[in-house]
Design a protein around this ligand. Structure first.
Ligand code: ADP
Ligand code: MG
Length: 704
């Protein structure tokens, strides 16, 4: 039966439901899913030898006839061994498998088979140890698992590469010709193989080079589609109407003069970029990127106040209530003569500020009504709260803190009567490498704050050896005595019970957990100080309370997981101590460090590690010397891959494309090809296959 990419695996003959279930576990339901489950590597069994030629240490394939086979039990070790004698014209060799008694039912005496494996030696006798085998006709033609470069796939319990390989081969054999969707000219220009050929060579390559070329093609097509998506999104947004928010140079100068500090050059540049965008009748879609403490809030605040003064409304959304409150404080402090209404909406509290310290607490209903009537110009709250509860009269600008992307759906939810779309500004302290920016976030315009305000003291950063731990504790005590506060970050929440100990997990067992560390610090090390704990499994109200206690100085030492990463400003906190620091990415460590050094006092960052390996030490040293986050982000991308920046959320992109995010040339090329394609044929009329594939891609990839 011929199959095509959309054929469900259930329709393929001769496959049991148990086998199918296992594929399902890998997310493989269709032929397309299966064929796009790419090998992670290849095992080279391509060298075929006569048995006589084999020497210990070889990794080769032999063709032979099974002379005898028997199952032996080693009672004392509860182990089963299958031993076979294989012969070809040149000689014979033993093959041995451990704990796979069923092999005796497959490799019966007299059958012809291929065997690929490592040649070992025991008591001066050569044998094949756990070889891969497959039955084959007497001419020994056409191996799937032996005698070639053999694909090794990401596996799941009960489903080995051999199983996946069998299925893939079966499907490829009966696959209808897959229509090529990439424009031929692009394939030729970039020397990429055609899709049917690429599929074969990805799974059953003749040479490593052809496998690589096939891999290049699939990475290319994925990035190309992504770039098309970015461009179309930009085009679609440019067609939408947005409110025009005028601003005059004079007015901006007045605002800048009223601030207690001078803005840095890149803060000023960012403001001009934003105000320039919102003057236009099409929606802004901009990301404001800047290190922790670089002063993003005031930049956004100026954009908000300019907009509000023109009688438009602004929504400012923060990921947590503490941050929302912080933004409210900042805005009412810097713009205390603004009378249009700055509102703070929290789950249990709502208040409005009408200038000159005139602040009223109000009922939520009243607050929401006032927003609907346009009587609160700037509304500050959490993402969830504003999206769910609030309707605006004339929303012109949405500012989102610490969230990179604001999806089309979220945007639509805030659209007023469907006529205009608000301008959108997001802020983030995560430095995203350029290549990722150009692909995953290619639909956003970018403003970067590249320097910290003058007068910030450099944070003293040290990698602390195990033996100096007590010294570090003594230092912390001294700082707390002077009134300072301390963050302690741990890589995980609690030690896992009944964790199966193996050599591989032994290391993770030693990783500090928040709970253990909290107990230890509270009871043994600092019994006289106020120690508290913060982690992701706590209720959000508990978390908020702990954080606000910490902000108010009621807690000396806060032991936390990475939840503290997101932008809280506690100028009095001067020590950032990171346990198991080797477990974090450089960009992440950089973010942690940015939590201190925000006030007048000298701040410190201590990196603790249980690992004395040179690589770890070197990596941590990079942080000690780092001057900016982008540099580290690029390093992280090389060392740890793009997961660090894109989070664990499913991007829907195959690994092969994710890995390609490291390659600036490929990204540039795919972007240019996408631009050319759209320029020549804006609606893809002449490329129906590409159009169809692109539609599918938009469904597959969740970039929301
Ligand atoms: P982030 O970019 O991490 O959000 P914030 O906006 O919270 O940083 O700014 C950190 C601190 O720096 C705030 O207290 C803010 O008032 C202050 N700040 C911002 N810009 C300047 C500047 N140009 N000069 C001095 N201090 C500034
Ligand atoms: Mg911030």
């Amino acid at each position: 039966m011929p199959v095509n990419l959309s054929t469900s695996l259930t329709e393929i003959k001769g496959i049991g439901p148990g086998f199918l279930m296992k594929f399902k576990r890998l997310g493989i339901l269709t032929v397309k899913n299966l064929l796009w489950h790419f090998p992670s590597r290849y095992e080279d069994w391509s060298e075929v030898a006569n048995i006589e030629e084999l020497i210990a240490g070889d990794s080769k394939t032999i063709h032979g006839i099974v002379q005898s086979i028997e199952v032996k039990r080693l009672w004392q070790r509860k182990m089963v061994i299958v031993e076979a004698l294989i012969a070809d014209d040149s000689g014979s060799i033993k093959a041995v498998w451990f704990n796979q008694p069923y092999i005796k039912n497959i490799l019966k005496e007299g059958v012809a088979a291929s065997f690929a494996g490592k040649v070992s030696e025991r008591k001066r006798e050569l044998y094949l140890s756990n070889p891969t085998y497959e039955l084959i006709n007497k001419n020994f033609e056409g191996g799937t698992h032996t005698g070639r470069l053999v694909p090794i796939y990401p596996e799941t319990r009960g489903l080995t590469s051999k199983g996946i390989r069998m299925m893939t081969q079966k499907v490829l054999d009966s696959l209808d010709k897959v229509p090529e969707f990439m424009p031929e000219s692009i394939l030729i220009k970039n020397e990429l193989p055609e899709i049917n050929q690429a599929l074969w060579e990805m799974h059953f390559p003749d040479t490593r080079e052809s496998a690589e070329r096939a891999g290049d093609r699939f990475a290319f097509e994925e990035l190309f589609l992504l770039q098309l998506n970015n461009l179309y999104q930009k085009i679609a947004l440019a067609k939408e109407k947005a409110p025009v928010v005028e601003s005059e140079t004079k007015e901006i100068e007045t605002i800048l003069k009223s601030l207690p500090f001078r803005l840095t050059p890149s803060q000023e540049k960012s403001i001009l970029e934003i105000l320039g965008d919102i003057k236009r009748p099409r929606p802004m879609n901009r990301l404001l990127q800047g290190d922790v403490g670089s002063g993003k809030t005031i930049v956004a605040g100026i954009a908000a106040i300019v907009t509000a003064k023109k009688n438009h409304q602004v929504a400012i959304m923060a990921p947590t209530e503490i941050l929302a409150r912080q933004h409210y404080k900042t805005l009412t402090k810097f713009f205390n003569d603004f009378r249009g209404g700055i509102g703070l909406l929290l789950s249990k509290e709502s208040r409005i500020f009408y200038g000159d310290e005139l602040e009223t607490e109000t009922k939520k209903n009243n607050f929401i009504k006032r927003v609907a009537d346009g009587k609160i110009k700037i509304v500050i709250g959490t993402h969830a709260l504003i999206q769910k509860n609030v309707n605006f009269k004339n929303l012109a600008l949405v500012i989102v803190d610490e969230q990179h992307r604001f999806g089309v759906k979220q945007r639509a939810a805030l659209m007023l009567n469907g006529e205009t779309v608000p301008h959108f500004l997001s802020m983030s302290a995560t430095p995203i490498p350029r290549t990722i920016m150009m692909t995953m976030f290619g639909d956003l315009d970018l403003s970067i704050i590249s320097e910290l305000p003058k007068g910030r003291k450099e944070i003293v950063t040290k990698v602390v050896d195990r033996i100096n731990r007590d010294k570090a504790y003594a230092f912390i005590r001294g700082q707390v005595r002077r009134g300072r506060q301390v963050f302690v970050i741990c890589p995980r929440i609690e030690p896992e019970e009944n964790e199966l100990v193996t050599w591989a997990t032994l290391q993770t067992l030693q990783i500090k957990s928040v709970k253990e560390e909290y107990e230890k610090l509270k009871k043994k090390v600092f019994p006289d100080l106020k120690v508290a704990m913060l982690h992701g499994k706590m209720k959000s109200q508990e978390k908020e309370k702990t954080m606000s206690d910490f902000s108010r100085g009621e807690i000396d030492i806060l032991v936390s997981t990475s939840v503290v990463e997101v932008g809280v400003d506690v100028p009095n906190a001067t020590i950032m101590m990171i346990e198991g620091s080797e477990r974090f990415g450089l960009a992440q460590l950089y973010q942690f460090r940015g939590r201190v050094g925000r006030g007048e006092h000298q701040s410190f960052c201590f990196l603790f590690t249980e690992s004395e390996g040179r690589a770890v030490q070197e990596r941590l040293k990079t942080l000690v010397n780092a001057k900016n986050g982008f540099e580290l982000a690029e390093k992280d991308l090389r060392l740890r891959g793009p997961g660090e920046f894109l989070g664990n959320e499913q991007t829907g992109m195959p690994d092969i494309a994710m890995r390609a995010l490291k390659d600036p040339d490929l990204i540039k090329t795919t972007r240019e090809e996408a631009q050319d394609t759209i320029r020549q044929d804006p609606n893809l009329k002449n490329s129906p296959n590409l159009k169809a594939r692109f539609k599918e891609f938009q469904r597959e990839v969740h970039l929301e």
